[in-house]
Design a binder for this molecule. Structure first.
Ligand SMILES: Cc1cc2nc3c(=O)[nH]c(=O)nc-3n(C[C@H](O)[C@H](O)[C@H](O)COP(=O)(O)O)c2cc1C
Length: 354
């Protein structure tokens, strides 16, 4: 499958990125992509906030904003699938073009702006997701909302029956002012209300953070969120930074940068978070993962599981199985009996070098 994707890639890349993505979703919905057996090594089995996963690779939010294809992504080999960001009301997002491939850099810039069909459209699809899909549901606020916290709570309340975990996304750079919710006081209010809304339900609540906070603000936000009842964190969303190494013509487009150039900075944030919170707080590492080695780096930085999106654009649907086989071999060679044995083993080394 890898070779077929590499063969088709030049054709796919002639289409605008968003058109290619819509066609991919349609093909997945139609079951048009082959689905060989899911990775099944016992070494890859892991636990994320009490959720048992076949493997630690998750689909990052944004690929399946409207919960159209969770089952297809599960069949592709993902150990868990996060859908969204879902907002209460449908939203068109920013004018097109708003997604750009940075081919020479293995990266993407997007300024979609939470385009999604809204909560009412998502609910019947969420209700149909088979129980063996470990489903995370990522929620957000409408751009023109007058009470953003209420937006998160309305979504949480409605999606609760379907979520194995919930993600509060306060780190998209494409909704003006959204990242202000990362300030400790606001975050504390938001998480308390979210926890209250969850009530007796067991789905853990993850907070998804930006990679662009300074260390003091990051640690304050973590403490505020934990105190208010957050169960875990996802590190990180896309970055507003533009590393000097970028070569692609689209590098100065406005929006959030993801993919290979985000690996080092997002892993550093992850290690900082892991060091501050200790091993008992579940973390999902995301940003620039494109190989088994990248995944192991995130795990060593403290991730209990990893996610990816941009690498799928460059490597296609066969990537998950290749990464899983690669991680399995690497764990074995390094003498780890399981993913859990490797979690957090590289935090200090990563903080010293990054
Ligand atoms: C086109 C695109 C759309 C995205 N949309 C969302 C979104 O709706 N919600 C969210 O939390 N993250 C979103 N993300 C961020 C990803 O979930 C992820 O955090 C980021 O891309 C870093 O991972 P990657 O380097 O593997 O792509 C989006 C990313 C891309 C590339």
């Amino acid at each position: 499958m890898a070779d077929l994707y590499q063969l088709l890639r030049p054709l796919i890349f002639r289409l605008p990125a968003e058109t290619a993505h819509s066609l991919t979703l349609k093909a997945l919905q139609m079951g048009a992509l082959p689905a060989p057996a899911r990775p099944s090594s016992t070494r890859l089995k892991t636990r994320l906030a009490g959720i048992e996963l076949d493997n630690p690779f998750g689909l990052a939010a944004g690929f399946d904003k409207n919960a159209d294809v969770p089952w297809a992504m599960h069949r592709m080999g993902f150990g868990f699938v996060e859908v969204g960001t879902i907002t209460p009301r449908p939203q068109a997002g920013n004018p097109k073009p708003r997604v750009f491939r940075l081919v020479q850099d293995g990266a993407v810039i997007n300024r979609l702006g939470f385009n999604n069909a809204g909560l009412a459209a998502a609910l019947p699809r969420l209700a149909k997701v088979p129980a063996d899909v470990a489903l995370g549901i990522n929620v957000g606020a409408n751009k023109d909302s007058i009470d953003r916290i209420e937006d998160y709570c309305a979504c949480i309340d409605a999606v609760l029956p379907y979520a194995r975990y919930l993600t509060i996304n306060i780190s998209s750079p494409n909704t003006p002012g959204l990242r202000d919710l990362q300030a400790a006081q606001d975050l504390s209010k938001l998480v308390s209300r979210a926890v209250h809304t969850r009530g007796a339900h067991t789905a853990p609540i993850f907070v998804k953070l930006a990679p662009d906070m300074d260390s003091a603000a990051l640690l304050e936000a973590l403490d505020a969120a934990v105190e208010a009842g957050a169960d875990g964190f996802i590190d990180t969303n896309t970055t507003l930074a533009r590393p000097a190494s970028l070569k692609s013509p689209a590098k100065d487009e406005a929006g959030g940068l993801s993919g290979a150039p985000l690996l080092t900075s997002s892993t550093r944030v992850l290690a900082q978070v892991a060091k501050h919170l200790g091993p008992s707080v579940p973390l999902i590492g995301v940003g620039g993962v494109a190989s088994g080695a990248d995944a192991l780096l995130k795990i060593k930085a403290g991730a209990h599981a990893v996610q990816l999106y941009s690498a799928l654009v460059y490597h296609g649907p066969g990537l998950i199985r290749r990464m899983a086989a690669d991680l399995d071999d690497t764990l074995e060679q390094a003498g780890y009996a399981s993913v859990a044995d490797a979690i957090g083993t590289g935090i200090d080394a990563i903080l010293e070098t990054a």
